[in-house]
Design a protein around this ligand. Structure first.
Ligand code: C5P
Length: 239
């Protein structure tokens, strides 16, 4: 795929994909792309424009209404994707609870999934990229160099999500758990593990431990036997 080389990090809601993908990309100096942003952008647009999250055809027609751009964050080697609508950066609004509540319904629409395939591929075209999502290893980048599928118990995922929001109270954890179980149900169809993906159970592991194990895998697959430090064989062309 014209020089594009992808490390696919798939897994269910709050399994740590985004955090792990970002840290891994920082170490490798690669682009990091969270494909959930595409579905969230459409869900955000649906709310803005009063379109039903179940109206796949109208939502699919909106794929050109937003752009995903990758820019380096200050002091970091990795480049992180951000979402622009009409030139305005809306990335920080895409993780609001109102978007969380409808995004799975948007993502279930086959029109939407088909329309988003090309923009997802274009966003990392010609790059070394760590791409996080649900169907990256199966559908978006079936040729990914390395595929991992992160798993963690629903309870662990609920606790992490509550901590991320800075509200790790028992009540908030219970709310997050209910949300995660509901999203697991609605996402079941699109959240598919590639047969050649390596399953990484992150329960009880720190982010760094998970990233270490994936980085080792990347270096073995790309023929770079060193396990840490600057990226040799996995260094992206433009880092
Ligand atoms: O990963 P994140 O929580 O940002 O994803 C939001 C939603 O987008 C998921 O719950 C899922 O419904 C959908 N999604 C998807 N396929 C992807 C990425 C996300 O269906 N590759």
């Amino acid at each position: 795929m014209n020089g594009t080389r992808v490390i696919a990090v798939d897994g269910p809601a709050a399994s740590g994909k985004s955090t792990v993908a970002r840290r891994l990309a920082e170490r490798l100096g690669a682009l990091v792309l969270d494909t959930g942003l595409f579905y969230r952008a459409l869900a955000w647009l649906a709310l803005q424009r009063g379109i039903s999250p179940d109206d796949g055809e109208r939502l699919a027609a909106l794929v050109d209404a937003f752009h995903v751009v990758a820019e380096p964050l200050p002091g970091q080697r990795a480049r992180t994707a951000r979402v622009l609508v009409g030139g305005r950066d809306v990335t920080s609004e895409l993780h609001l609870p109102v978007v969380d509540r409808i995004v799975s319904r948007v993502a279930r629409q086959q029109f939407v999934r088909t329309a988003l395939l090309e923009p997802q591929r274009r966003a990392v075209s010609g790059e070394w990229a760590v791409v996080a999502g649900r169907d990256v290893g199966t559908t978006v980048f079936p040729d990914a160099v390395v595929k991992v599928y992160l798993v963690a118990s629903p309870e662990e995922r609920a606790r992490r999500r509550a901590e991320q929001r800075g509200q790790a109270t028992p009540e908030q954890i219970a709310r997050e758990l209910a949300d995660i179980l509901e999203r697991d149900r609605t996402d079941a169809r699109q959240s598919v593990r590639a047969p050649d993906a390596v399953v990484v159970d992150t329960d009880g592991l720190s982010v760094e431990q998970v990233v270490d194990s994936i980085e080792r895998l990347v270096r073995v697959r790309t023929g770079d036997s060193s396990t840490r430090g600057s990226a040799g064989g996995v260094r992206p062309p433009l880092a």
